[in-house]
Structures are given as C-alpha cells and as structure tokens.
Design a protein around this ligand. Structure first.
Ligand code: NAD
Length: 352
C-alpha cells in the first residue's frame, strides 16, 4: 500500500519521539512491502516562532489531504503567556476541528512488569484494560458565546457548553462499535443531575444502547467515574464522555499505566483520516536530553496503521514488539531504566 503521512513533530520532546516512530514505520514499510511518504510540517510553538501562527492554513491543508497525521507534542514555557494572541494549544484545537476528528481514543493497559511504576497498588491494576472515547470537537471548548465583558460594573467571563444531538450520537455509536471488539461494556459518563447538555447526552446514549443490546450500557456521573477509575479501574471497559470530562478523565486514567510516556492516542472522524499522538506533552524538563520514552508515540503509529491505513497485522506486530520489549526489561528513565530514546526504539524495532 502507498500512504501519505504528515508529521507534526511540534515542540520539546515531540521531534525526538516522532523521529523514532518514523523509524518504526519505515521498518514496517520495508518488512511488509508498503510505501509510506512522510511530509514534515511545523505546528505549535515552533510554528508561532517561524510563521507567527500555531497552525498555518497551508499546514492544515496538507494534513487534510493526507492519509494520516502523526503528531509529537506542542507547547512549552516560551509560549506560556496566557494573554498571547496565539498559543500552541490553539493550533491543536484548530487542527482537530479542521480534520473533523470528533472522537479521541485512549487505550489504557497496564503492563504487568510496570505495575510497580503506577501509584496504585498492584492488586488494583490486575486486568486493567480501558478504552476512553472522548468527544473532541464540541462542548465547552468550542461553544459560543465565549469571552469576557463588563456586566453591571463587574468583570465577567463566559464559556458555553453546547451539544447537538448528532455530535453526541456519532461518538456514542463509535464507542459501542469499539466495545463490540472488546468486553462489550460501555460506561457513558455525564453530569445529568445538573447539566442540560448531559441530560441530552444520557437520552441519546440510552437510545444507542437500545439499538445495540449485545453491549451492556451503564450511565455514571463524572464525579463517581473519577473515583471509580482509581478505586476499581479493572471494572471499566469502554468509557464514552463529552469533551471536558474526557480531557480530565483521560489524564487520570493515564496515571494507572505508570508513565505518561507509555500511552498512545488516536483522534478519528467520519473519514479514514486520523490524527495520532502520544498522550504526553512536550516535557520541557527533559527535552534535548535524548531520554524521552518513545513508546507512546510508537504505539500511536500502530494505531495509525490500524485505524487510518487498515493494516491490522502490522499494527499488532508493533504492539506485540512493545509488549515483549517491556517484558524483556528494556526501560527508559521514566520507567526506571537507563536506555536512551534511540536505544528504546531499537529494542522495539528488533522485535517488530
Ligand atoms: P508533560 O506531559 O509534557 O510532562 C509531564 C511529566 O511527564 C514531565 O515530568 C515529563 O518529563 C514527563 N514525561 C512526559 N512525556 C514523557 C516521555 N515521553 N518520556 C519520559 N517522560 C515523559 O506535561 P506538562 O509538563 O504539564 O506540560 C509541558 C508542556 O506540554 C506544556 O506547555 C503543555 O501545555 C504541553 N502539553 C501538550 C500536549 C499536547 O501536545 N497534546 C499535552 C499536554 C501538555
């Protein structure tokens, strides 16, 4: 197969980990006889520095016409001024919106050999295998009106939590579809006791549940879900939730795995085009040292092969190689070892 992949390495450790994921993809391409063409573009802080914009129209257009986009991470102290007219995160939101990727998938599995790196007791982590499906292009981060004004002599700030029925339905349907290939259990997370948008969410989730009776559905308030993720994570299978709840719960869930550096994510829409990125940020504290864990990005490239290019065998080969690499004891510093980013990627490539 021939595929065009746009690379957005971004800032901090982004370029360091993306470069290793590309080596893995190149290896897979030669082993399985595919041709992957990589086009690298700037996004985030580096793009603000060069073009004065975190995401230029040209970069977005290149991403829109690609088969898949692999992103590193964006941001850093240099661009942290809250009053700045453009910030790296704005580019990320605009990219997701521009690609129409409405669902963010974050699988969270805890490798038995890494349980000691999780803040939870090992007995709580047995059998943890969660997939969080977060709505990505609606809700509080995009609703209108939004902004600040002076009202009755007081400074006021407004954000709007808005959802249309179709936005909820498509992401809940995707969660059910994914649950069918897993333990057939969906937990829909909302705040239906307080929020009108959550009442619509629950109503639609219930309808989709009735159309998919082979999948067990339960509803959970977001406060309960945040507790359950820590007290009984093995109980969870697929979690589906709106944008901001998902933003918070996915970070909480990621802690289970021991290191941010281990986890991948995929953002998908109606078309096959997806955006794939590790869940971690640009880690300015270790950027440039060559010690970042590339595993989350390498696993993101496996998700890219599976979801955008439909190369299941190749995706599974990378995931198996990561599993074996961890079992064999290969470790970067974040999980208690001494391997460099390059050495860790080599260990994975040798087993792919
Ligand atoms: P972070 O994820 O960058 O780092 C948190 C901690 O985890 C740090 O100690 C870091 O060294 C460590 N870490 C992260 N990834 C690692 C890896 N691959 N290997 C080893 N250790 C790793 O989060 P932060 O420090 O809160 O944010 C730093 C910057 O990243 C901020 O500017 C933030 O806005 C940005 N950010 C970007 C994204 C994104 O691009 N999607 C996501 C989160 C944060």
């Amino acid at each position: 197969m021939k595929a065009n992949i746009v690379l957005l390495p971004g800032d901090g450790i982004g370029p360091e980990v993306v470069c290793e994921a590309v080596r893995v993809l190149d290896f897979v391409a030669s082993k399985y006889n595919h041709t992957f063409k990589f086009t690298e573009r700037l996004m985030g802080g580096c793009s603000i520095d060069k073009y004065g914009s975190s995401l230029t129209d040209e970069t977005l257009a290149d991403c829109q016409s690609a088969d898949a986009v692999l992103l590193g991470a964006v941001g850093g102290p240099k661009w942290d001024d809250l009053a700045a007219k453009d910030r790296p995160e704005r580019g990320l939101l605009a990219l997701r919106k521009g690609l129409g990727v409405f669902a963010n998938l974050r699988p969270v599995k805890v490798h038995p050999a890494l349980m000691e790196w999780s803040p939870l007791k090992p007995e709580k982590l047995q059998g943890v295998d969660i997939l969080v499906v977060r709505e990505l292009t609606g809700g509080l981060y995009f609703g209108w009106p939004k902004g600040r004004d002076i009202k009755d002599g007081r400074e006021r700030a407004v954000d709007t939590l808005e959802y249309y029925d179709y936005e909820i339905r498509r992401v809940v349907e995707l969660a059910f579809k994914l649950a069918k290939g897993r333990k057939k259990k969906v937990t829909s997370v909302d705040k239906a006791n307080v929020l009108e948008s959550s009442r619509l969410w629950r109503q639609i989730a219930t309808k989709v549940g009735a159309e998919n009776k082979d999948v067990e559905l339960d509803h959970m308030l977001v406060d309960t879900a945040s507790m359950r993720l820590i007290t009984d994570p093995a109980w969870m299978d697929v979690i589906v939730t709106e944008n901001m709840f998902g933003d918070i719960l996915t970070d909480e869930a990621s802690v289970l795995a021991g290191s941010m550096g281990m986890l991948p994510s995929a953002s998908l829409g109606e078309s096959g085009l997806g955006l794939f990125e590790p869940i971690h940020g640009s880690a300015p504290d270790i950027a440039g040292k060559g010690i970042a864990n590339p595993t989350g990005t390498i696993l993101s490239s496996a998700m890219l092969l599976r979801h955008s290019l439909k190369l299941e065998t190749e995706a599974a080969a990378i995931e198996r190689a990561v599993d074996e690499t961890i079992t064999a004891g290969a470790r970067t510093a974040d999980i208690g070892g001494k391997l460099t980013t390059r050495q860790m990627a080599d260990e994975i490539i040798n087993r792919t």
